[in-house]
Each structure stands twice: as structure tokens, then as C-alpha cells.
Design a protein around this ligand. Structure first.
Ligand SMILES: Cc1ncc(COP(=O)(O)O)c(C=O)c1O
Length: 386
């Protein structure tokens, strides 16, 4: 007799029987189409089923499906070339970024903190209220949600209020190994960093030798209308991480560190069986080339402008965020989950956030400005009904 097998009950699923997807639309089992303004949690950079990405993945699978990290291969070299097209410029011409490939955002963050603590020989990490950095031991210790954490953090964690420059200036000192933040806090409700806050972060880390680490798991890969949040915000971190959309739908985590910080570290500090496999890297190279292609980021910015205008109606009081990571702040009489459900009934999928008054938009980056009309129409119809 077969054993019974159930899925562990980790997710509260939406009533959305999706059977396929194309571009920015999900197709439901009854044939209805839903406009996907959530983008699979920022993963579907190029939309669903992108043909060129599919062809790259299939070709790489047929050419070299997998190889141990002990071997070099053309897909890795091509990925590094493509990644360099968008990488933040470093002022010193001899300076370089080093990239370590893993499989998820949590892993990318774990590796970033491990590198920072090893490089500085310190044990303290500063993180912020509202932060989400993943669910593995180090990442969960830095996430601002005790329910997700292990019984003990693997290092000392100091939590500071978000967006308060004075708190940063007072707390970062010679005991601080890393200061980790999402440049825009997505799950918290797309909360924005102020210019003073960013200046305080960079200057405190410069003054004390702590590493400034940007978690660009959501804000990277073109999401803000620039390849990286550091370019959008004009502040360069020592280390940045990314995942989600970097390979357009295949699992990836990237930890990117200024080469000067890895000198003298043991080579085997980091490692991964699957991270840096040829198929994933071929996909990530294609995503990077597309982001670098003329017009791609201009479309992100144009669609962002159109969505911003379109959503200021019905239950929405204001909009925040940048590019295609937008937070719709609802009027006090509305709650995010109820509005999300009603939009879903009208054929538009948006995300909720930890702030019950904020909905999130994080659509595929290939969404075109004209799609904003569908959101406007759905929000307007909803005003009558809620
Ligand atoms: C900002 C941020 N960091 C880290 C993570 C963790 O990524 P993963 O689920 O790939 O481990 C997430 C996931 O939602 C995230 O939004």
C-alpha cells in the first residue's frame, strides 16, 4: 500500500486555478485570463514563456546540461560578460566585482553576511525594522519577524528603525561587520529610503570599516528602471545580493562583492552544488542581455509612470516605490486583502504586503504602459462595489 503524501501547509493559496501563462497574463482552468501585476513575486522579469529565454535554456540543456563547479564552461564566461553590461560602475579603473552563484535569495544573503563577517573579522550585523531577507538561519535572524527565526541567531543582530539617519550614525561602530538592507523594503509595503538615511549608511560604513550590503533580491535586475537600486539611488554598497528575477524563472542567488574585500579569505568559505550550473547561468545571461538592450529599461520607466497615474483612483490614496516595484497606499476605510480579492474577481492580480493598507505591484518588466488602463478600470469599478 502506498504511503499518504500531502504538501506541508506552508502557503495560504489564492483561489486562482492557473493552468498556463503567457507574457503578463495567467490563464485559468475555465479559460479566463488574469492580468498579472504581481509577476510571480518579481521573478518573471521577461514575462511568462518568453520564447528567446526558452530557446536559450533548451540550447544550453542540449549542449551542456550540468557540470560541477570544478569545471569551467562557456556558459559561465558568457554570464560574467552579460552581468558586466549592467554592473554598477566602480570609480577605480582596476577595481572589480566578484560574483558567487547560489540558488535563492536567502542563500545569497547568507553568503553576503558570511563574507562580510569573515572580511571584517567582526560578529555584529545591523538590520532594519520591517526587513525581509529570507528564512534560512542567518537570513531569518536578519528578517524582522521572530516567528520565522531559528532559536538562536548565528551572530549578533542589532535592529534599527527604518529610515532614521541618526540611529544609523549612532549605532554603526568598529564592532559592526555588516549593515544589511533592502534599498526599498518590499514586503514591509514598499517603504522608501530617504537621501539622508542613505548618506548616513554609506558614511558610517566608510568611517568604521563595516560592509554596506544591499539585498537587491527584489530591487535588482532592472526592477526600479535601472539595472540595480544602487544606480537608481546613487549609493554604492560593498556587497549586493540578488535572486528572484535574475534568471527569469529559474532558481538563482547571486552574491556580488567588491574584489578588494575577498583578498585573504579562504577559497572554500563558499560553495554550492547547483549554484552556477550552466542552464541557470545561460538563462541569467539572457536576462542580463535583455535588461541591457536598448529600450528595455525605458519601457520599465514608462510603464511605471502609466501605472502610477492609473492607480490614483478608487480605493488608492497614494503611490510609492520606483520602477515596477510600487506600493499602493489605500484610503483608511479599505484593507489590502479585501481590495486584492476584489481586483482578482475583476481579472487583475496584485500583491498584498505586511502593511494591511498597502498593495504591491511587481509585474513582469515587459508589461507595456497600455496595460495600466486595465488596472484603472478595475479600480474604478471597485470603488462602486466596496
Ligand atoms: C528582499 C528579499 N530578500 C530575500 C528573500 C528570500 O529569497 P528566497 O525566497 O529566494 O530565499 C526575499 C524573498 O521574498 C526577498 O523579498
Amino acid at each position: 500500500m502506498n504511503a499518504k503524501v500531502h504538501e506541508l501547509n506552508a502557503y495560504k493559496r489564492l483561489p486562482l486555478p492557473v493552468v498556463s501563462a503567457r507574457g503578463c497574463h495567467l490563464v485559468l482552468s475555465d479559460g479566463r485570463e488574469v492580468l498579472d501585476l504581481y509577476g510571480g513575486h518579481c521573478v518573471n522579469t521577461l514575462g511568462a514563456g518568453d520564447e528567446r529565454l526558452g530557446a536559450v535554456i533548451a540550447k544550453q540543456w542540449q549542449t551542456l546540461s550540468f557540470a560541477t563547479n570544478l569545471l569551467d564552461h562557456p556558459a559561465r564566461q558568457e554570464f560574467l560578460r552579460a552581468f558586466a553590461l549592467n554592473a554598477p560602475a566602480l570609480s577605480d579603473a582596476d577595481a572589480a566585482w566578484e560574483v558567487f552563484c547560489s540558488n535563492s535569495g536567502a542563500e545569497a544573503n547568507e553568503n553576503a553576511i558570511k563574507l562580510a563577517l569573515a572580511a571584517t573579522k567582526r560578529q555584529r550585523v545591523i538590520a532594519f525594522s520591517g526587513a525581509f531577507h529570507g528564512r534560512t538561519a542567518a537570513a531569518a535572524a536578519l528578517t524582522d519577524n521572530a516567528a520565522l527565526a531559528f532559536p538562536h541567531a548565528p551572530f549578533e543582530v542589532v535592529r534599527l528603525p527604518w529610515n532614521q539617519p541618526e540611529a544609523v550614525l549612532a549605532a554603526v561602530d568598529e564592532r559592526t561587520g555588516a549593515v544589511l538592507l533592502e534599498p526599498y523594503q518590499s514586503l514591509a509595503g514598499v517603504t522608501e529610503p530617504g537621501a539622508e538615511f542613505l548618506r548616513a549608511l554609506r558614511s558610517s560604513c566608510d568611517r568604521t570599516g563595516a560592509m554596506l550590503v544591499f539585498d537587491e533580491v527584489q530591487t535588482g535586475s532592472g526592477r526600479l528602471g535601472q539595472p540595480w537600486a544602487s544606480q537608481y539611488l546613487g549609493v554604492l554598497p560593498d556587497i549586493f545580493t540578488t535572486a528572484k528575477g535574475a534568471a527569469g524563472g529559474l532558481p538563482i542567488g547571486l552574491t556580488v562583492v567588491r574584489a578588494q574585500h575577498t583578498k585573504g579569505l579562504p577559497g572554500n568559505l563558499l560553495g554550492s552544488t547547483f549554484g552556477g550550473g550552466p542552464v541557470v547561468l545561460a538563462a541569467a545571461a539572457e536576462v542580463a542581455r535583455r535588461i541591457a538592450a536598448p529600450g528595455f529599461l525605458a519601457n520599465v520607466r514608462a510603464t511605471s509612470d502609466a501605472l502610477r497615474k492609473a492607480c490614483l483612483r478608487g480605493p488608492v490614496e497614494s503611490v510609492r516605490g520606483a520602477g515596477l516595484l510600487l506600493g499602493l497606499v489605500l484610503k483608511p476605510e479599505f484593507t489590502g486583502a479585501a481590495v486584492r480579492n476584489q481586483l482578482l474577481a475583476q481579472g487583475v492580480l496584485v500583491g498584498t504586503s505586511d502593511d494591511p493598507r498597502v498593495l504591491r505591484l511587481s509585474p513582469p518588466l515587459v508589461l507595456e504602459p497600455a496595460a495600466a488602463k486595465t488596472l484603472a478600470y478595475a479600480l474604478e469599478s471597485l470603488e462602486v462595489r466596496v
